[in-house]
Unconditional design. Structure first.
Length: 284
């Protein structure tokens, strides 16, 4: 399964690209409207991109009445990213949208580097969300967690269905002449090729910690079919494309074709057959 990373594609302005995905992950929705962070919000770096959007969105009320109906017209499975300042806000948003027939999963954004963290811990937020909806819940975790396996286990025990690994790293870029931050908020979320080994490690660790029994969406620096295969081998059951979508709108179709070729070259007929093969030597 190939998805987009939340916030890296606007399906309403690029519906043809969105329809090439197996499911479209909607940019994070919060209980109340958010204006987002000060401009500028994007900055290119030598090896990736910094963003500081700040979860700008119209709030769940307007999302449900104005945005979601238009997304449903696209005819593709929808995953909705959910954010909040506290567990009750996550729960309210999940209750509002979790039971829509077109919403196949909710991704709990527990690790956005561009906003202040929620008051409660990840497991408390997941538990509140699970009490509010029966929809599949994916917990999106930060690559900065010192014990990502421990947090993964805690959110799964609290009711998460699966994991999304990983969110962007925190980064900073300075203006070449003024030496001041290039983003309005200063620091932002860093994504791109340099995130790839970090994401691989998180997927590898969490797959092993959960005995390969939990769905994992792997993301971070995926640009080719081989990159997707690496994540699958580490333990991902699905792969999300992020910053590559800004440069290559044909990436979903291209990566899918390259992945099929990489699988075939190694004797695999389906991605499922390659899932977790990176652990074979660890288990001998």
């Amino acid at each position: 399964m190939i998805l987009n990373a939340s916030g890296c594609l606007d399906a309403l302005t690029a519906p043809a690209v969105a329809r090439k995905l197996d499911a479209y992950v909607v940019k994070t929705v919060t209980l109340e409207p958010r204006a987002g962070n000060p401009q500028p919000r994007l900055a290119e770096t030598d090896f990736g991109m910094l963003n500081s959007i700040g979860l700008q969105n119209p709030g769940v009320e307007r999302f449900c009445t104005e945005v979601l109906p238009r997304l449903e017209e696209l005819g593709i499975p929808l995953w909705i990213s959910v954010g909040g300042a506290e567990a009750t806000e996550y729960a309210e948003v999940c209750a509002r949208i979790g039971e829509r027939a077109t919403v196949h999963a909710l991704e709990l954004n527990l690790s956005c580097p561009n906003v202040d963290p929620a008051a409660e811990g990840a497991a408390e937020i997941v538990a509140a969300a699970r009490a509010a909806t029966e929809a599949p819940l994916y917990a999106k975790l930060s690559p900065l967690l010192p014990d990502v396996a421990g947090v993964a286990k805690s959110v799964l025990e609290a009711g998460a269905t699966g994991l999304s690994l990983v969110n962007s790293l925190r980064g900073l870029a300075l203006d070449e002449w003024t030496l001041e931050p290039r983003l309005g908020r200063g620091v932002g979320g860093y994504s791109g090729a340099a995130l790839r080994p970090v994401a691989l490690a998180a997927v590898f660790i969490c797959y092993k910690a959960t005995d390969g029994e939990v769905p994992i969406v792997g993301m971070g620096g995926v640009e080719t079919g081989k990159h997707a295969l690496d994540l699958i081998a580490a333990g991902a059951s699905a792969v999300a494309l992020g910053s590559i979508l800004f440069r290559d709108p044909n990436a979903p179709e291209r990566v899918r074709g390259e992945l099929a070729e990489e699988l075939s070259a190694r004797g695999f007929k389906r991605p499922e057959e390659a899932r977790g093969v990176a652990h074979r030597s660890q288990n001998d």
